[in-house]
Design a protein around this ligand. Structure first.
Ligand SMILES: Cc1cc2nc3c(=O)[nH]c(=O)nc-3n(C[C@H](O)[C@H](O)[C@H](O)COP(=O)(O)OP(=O)(O)OC[C@H]3O[C@@H](n4cnc5c(N)ncnc54)[C@H](O)[C@@H]3O)c2cc1C
Length: 383
């Protein structure tokens, strides 16, 4: 992929300047460039061409080395804890460091957005895009796509803990869902993952890097956008750690749920008191909190397999591109109206200080995500 040198950046200009080569930015950049526009994508993180991006166990090193770990305010409901908020800082963004579980979202949620005034976001509106994005191993139907860049398949690793979980959920009255990304999301099912022949299939790889030569966006890695350059009320470029980049048409913010509002606030665009008033920026943040429980098992897990099973797993990956090495941390899921439970036959810790023993129980608890007031969104805080 062409990349402008730092010296050239000082006078760079394009039709579109996109902040963030993450899940969304990669798609938008590739689509605009393939339509003939000149596009510069500015990404604070480094390349995704590294082995830990490819395989699910890589989340352990990625969490440490390709993660913004946005600081958070102390959460009084959690003993004043300040857990860092995880987000990918790498080409591919959070999609390059995440657990690869492919979850499309509830149709009703999109319909609620449309009813609340978000025109174009009902499930019927977004369904064609979901289908265009994916190449589902089960083949195209009314709900699934069969020819898109992101490859989606069943988790692939079959462990008896997963089977026991699925059986238990059906015995408890939950439906066994043949395709949780199809007609309905609710019920219990094996996990679907975005993976192609055992390797993570993410938009940095499948859209940005796969764009045809000649219509590829210019990608600037390890370059952080520090502010939006305004001419009156119009965004005309971005200030970066390597100089100004001008946009002839538009500046597109795709810096993530923390990064985008953070940049707006730092550029004077926000609620009352900001130079340019735009209500809602930096507020109403909601997150998907995770509580992890660890249970001892009577059957071998991926943590306790012996050398023979480990060698079999390696062979399975090399020959079939499946098995424990290609798996996701979450191999089966139950989705209900009120909660979601995901299960996997493996336990590992990501990051220091996320772990907390709950007194009086043998369970292990940690939070991957922080409370609802990330300090990184405050104006003038460094990114
Ligand atoms: C640890 C983890 C596990 C997850 N697991 C799953 C899962 O299993 N399944 C699932 O569906 N979802 C999962 N998610 C959520 C999912 O990955 C995100 O919702 C999605 O990737 C967000 O896409 P995005 O384009 O909005 O942001 P991102 O993909 O985060 O992209 C933002 C990009 O902008 C860059 N950026 C930010 N600020 C700047 C700046 N100032 N200058 C330049 N570049 C900047 C970042 O480095 C990043 O590359 C997980 C997320 C995390 C963090």
């Amino acid at each position: 992929m062409p990349a402008a040198s730092r010296r050239r950046i000082a006078s760079a200009e394009a039709d579109y300047v996109i902040v963030g080569a993450g899940s969304a930015g990669s798609v938008v950049a590739a689509r605009l460039a393939s339509a003939g526009a000149s596009v510069i994508v500015v990404e604070a993180g480094g390349t995704d061409r590294r082995p830990d991006v490819k395989l699910a166990p890589g989340v352990m090193t990625l969490y440490r080395s390709a993660n913004w770990k946005y600081p958070t305010l102390a959460d009084p409901t959690k003993d004043g804890e300040r857990p860092p908020f995880a987000a990918g800082r790498i080409v591919g963004g959070s999609g390059a460091i995440n657990a690869m579980v492919y979850v499309r979202g509830r149709a009703g949620d999109y319909d609620c957005w449309a009813e609340a005034g978000c025109t174009g976001w009902s499930y019927d509106d977004v369904l064609p895009t979901f289908k265009a994005i994916e190449s589902w191993a089960g083949g195209a139907d009314d709900f699934r796509g069969g020819a898109g860049p992101i490859h989606v398949e069943w988790c692939g690793h079959d462990h008896e803990i997963d089977r026991a979980f699925v059986d238990a959920a059906t015995q408890a009255g939950y439906l066994r869902n043949p395709d949780p990304n199809g007609r309905d999301q609710l019920g219990v099912a094996r996990a679907q993952v975005n993976r192609r022949r055992g390797i993570r299939s993410h938009s940095g790889r499948e859209f940005l890097r796969a764009a045809p030569r000649g219509s590829r966006p210019v990608l600037l890695t390890r370059t952080t956008v520090t502010g939006i350059r305004l001419d009156g009320r119009r965004a005309v470029g971005v200030e970066t750690t390597a100089g100004l980049i001008r946009a002839r048409q538009e500046v597109i913010l795709a810096a993530g749920a923390i990064g985008s509002p953070g940049l707006l606030l730092r550029s004077g665009i926000g609620p009352d008191g900001s130079r340019h008033r735009l209500n809602g920026v930096g507020t109403n943040f909601q997150d998907h909190l995770v509580v992890t429980q660890r249970w001892s098992s009577k059957v071998p897990t991926l943590n306790t397999i012996g050398p023979i099973s480990a060698a079999t797993a390696a062979a399975d990956f090399l020959w079939n591109r499946t098995g424990p090495i290609a798996t996701s941390p979450f191999e089966a899921q139950l989705l209900t109206d009120d909660f979601q439970i995901a299960v996997g036959p493996v336990q590992y810790q990501v990051g220091q200080g996320d772990r907390k023993d709950i007194p009086g129980t043998s369970r292990w608890f940690h939070r991957l995500y922080g409370p609802a007031a990330p300090a990184g969104t405050r104006p003038r805080r460094p990114p």
